[in-house]
Design a protein around this ligand. Structure first.
Ligand code: ATP
Ligand code: MG
Length: 561
């Protein structure tokens, strides 16, 4: 994306950057970063941060690093590292030559820790986790000093070295910063900066058995990368004094400024990585890329475009107060984009057979269809018409009320770009279910208009039976019925609010032959139904289409009722 393409509205972060540039702070550089922990897949909330950080770099001719904050080997995996890169690229952003990894700084961070010890600003502590919690105090009571707080520099250097050498078991000792056990900010009460973990790291292997804590690593990594503006979500606001403290105590090449913003929350979904992982591992969804997941890989499989997600992120704006965004806004963004770009194709999802009795038995006509009325370049295609067709079961009523403008006994409707037909007979099975409609057509109405200007109220889509492709349609809907599935004051869990109808599979639908030209990932509008996207589960025998979004917001209607 070029600078001119971005039309981001102003916001408080941009105001700060503008002011910094005016004062020639950081020699006029703007350098941001997106710092995921590789312990899950990216979701729509991350997209907000990605669009913000990479967007600022584009707009200010600066840089944005992708940095994996991989300090916790227990939960991390290269699968996530790869998926995260795939998703950021797909969103349309570029991190330059190479991604960065906090684990590349383990040596430097270790040396910073030694510097702190030498300066009398860090000590090895032998308290158990329970004791440490006790000593830490509470929000209303100050903490008290660990009995190990006054160890000599020599003893600390020796113990820390032995921690590194693997002499101690997990949890036996930690290295702590020596700050202030009475600080009203709990993060400043001698936080742990190194812990022992005898565990394999996805990049450094078994080289280390001590790992730096996230809080120690994060700000220093920013500094090592010469980041100018370190944007993070609001919950890190009271970690900022700690990050700044580390930066003051050791020699760093730059002084990043941390600015907090409100994270994105969406209704009818969950965004916590722990809960998303639980949905996957417990089989409530088929995987991280299940089209119902708020992950970028799920949204992609569902049929969302990168443009629609970027537009959505621009529109929700940036604030310093947490709020919940209605998922209808995201759906609006994709509807708007798909309306512009998709070809309109006829598919009958719940079919009923129509036989046109006065149409010649072996005649086939090729009728011309406009691919996309919103796009002159999209051209036209030929669609076969013949004596036996499928129409949508819901487009027929045996005893229709006045306001029903579709097909009924004795009623005339238009078949899209084809002919007017009139229903003459209704065929039923032994149980009284309608199984077939007999109709006649008016040969004078070819193309869908009558020479005598006869009015018909309804226009139906249709598929020629002998030419039909059998396809599967997967109708996806919101994953949770409750707007805030995390709200469980009376006990229970977010899983109690899973929408039982979030996936409806229709295994025998019929589509016009044109669908065969689409490949997995391609998007289409099935006329009068919804937008769909070809799923990778498609085979040569049977294509699978995922419903991306309905043509209109059906939930808004439900709410009004
Ligand atoms: P965890 O609970 O595992 O730390 P996280 O959501 O913070 O989860 P990270 O991988 O640490 O995940 O996030 C990377 C970046 O994305 C962070 O800078 C974080 O602030 C930002 N981010 C995460 N979730 C959101 C969200 N919902 N809205 C905006 N930014 C987010
Ligand atoms: Mg995080």
């Amino acid at each position: 994306m070029s600078k001119t393409e971005s039309k981001l509205p102003s916001n408080f972060v941009r105001d700060i950057i503008d002011e910094d540039l005016k004062n020639n702070k950081n020699e006029g550089r703007v350098h941001t970063r997106f710092p995921p922990e590789p312990n899950g897949y990216l979701h729509i909330g991350h997209a907000k941060s990605i669009c913000l950080n990479f967007g600022l770099a584009i707009d200010y001719n600066g840089k944005c690093n992708l940095r994996f904050d991989d300090t916790n080997p227990v939960k991390e995996d290269t699968e996530y590292v790869e998926a995260i890169q795939r998703d950021i690229k797909w969103l349309g952003f570029d991190w330059g030559e190479k991604p960065f990894f906090a684990s590349d700084y383990f040596e430097k961070l270790y040396n910073y820790a030694i510097d702190l010890i030498n300066a009398g600003k860090a000590y090895v502590c032998d308290l158990t986790p329970e004791e440490m919690r006790e000593y830490r105090g509470t929000l209303t009571e100050p903490g008290k000093a660990s009995p190990y707080r006054d160890r000599s520099v020599e003893e600390n250097l020796d113990l820390f070295e032995r921690m590194k050498a693997g002499e101690f078991k997990d949890g036996e000792r930690v290295l702590r910063a020596k700050i202030d056990m009475t600080s009203p900010n709990m993060n400043m009460r001698d936080p742990i900066i190194y812990r022992i973990r005898h565990i394999h790291h996805h990049r450094t292997g078994d080289k280390w058995c001590i790992y730096p804590m996230y809080d120690f690593t994060h700000g220093l990594s920013d500094a090592l990368e010469h980041i100018t503006h370190s944007l993070c979500s609001l919950e890190f606001e009271n970690h900022r004094p700690l990050y700044d403290w580390f930066l003051e105590q050791v020699e760093v090449p730059a002084n990043p400024q941390q600015i907090e913003f409100a994270r994105l929350a969406l209704d009818h979904t969950v965004m916590s990585k722990r809960k998303l992982l639980q949905l996957v591992t417990e089989g409530h969804v088929t995987g991280w890329d299940d089209p119902r997941m708020p992950t970028l890989s799920g949204l992609r499989r569902r049929g969302y475009t990168p443009e629609s997600i970027r537009n959505f992120c621009d529109r929700i704006g940036l604030a310093r107060r947490n709020s919940v965004v209605n998922i209808a806004q995201l759906e609006h963004a994709i509807r708007e984009h798909l309306n512009k770009i998709t070809h309109r194709v006829m598919a009958v999802l719940d079919p009923i057979k129509v036989v046109i009795e006065n149409y010649p038995e072996d005649q086939v006509e090729e009728l011309e269809f406009i691919n996309n009325p919103e796009d002159d370049e999209a051209g036209t295609r030929m669609v076969p018409f013949s004596r036996e067709l499928y129409i949508e079961r819901a487009d027929f009523m045996e005893d229709p009320p006045k306001k029903f403008f579709r097909l009924g006994p004795g009623r005339e409707v238009r078949l899209r770009y084809a002919y007017y037909i009139t229903c003459t007979d209704v065929i039923k099975d032994d149980d009284g279910n309608v199984v077939e409609l007999r109709c006649t057509y008016d040969p004078e109405t070819k193309g869908g208009s009558s020479p005598d200007n006869r009015k018909v109220r309804g226009t139906l889509h249709w598929v020629s039976a002998q030419h039909a492709e059998v396809i599967e349609a997967r109708l996806y809907d919101r994953l949770f019925t409750k707007a805030n599935p995390d709200d469980n004051k009376d006990g229970g869990s977010f899983l109690d609010h899973l929408n039982p109808d979030s996936l409806v599979r229709l295994e025998t639908c019929y589509a016009e032959p044109y669908v065969k030209t689409f490949k997995p990932g391609d998007r289409v509008q099935f006329e009068r139904k919804a937008y769909f996207c070809v799923d990778p589960d498609s085979t040569d025998e049977k294509m699978v289409f995922n419903r991306t979004v309905t043509l209109r917001d059906t939930w808004a209607k439900k709410k009004k009722k």
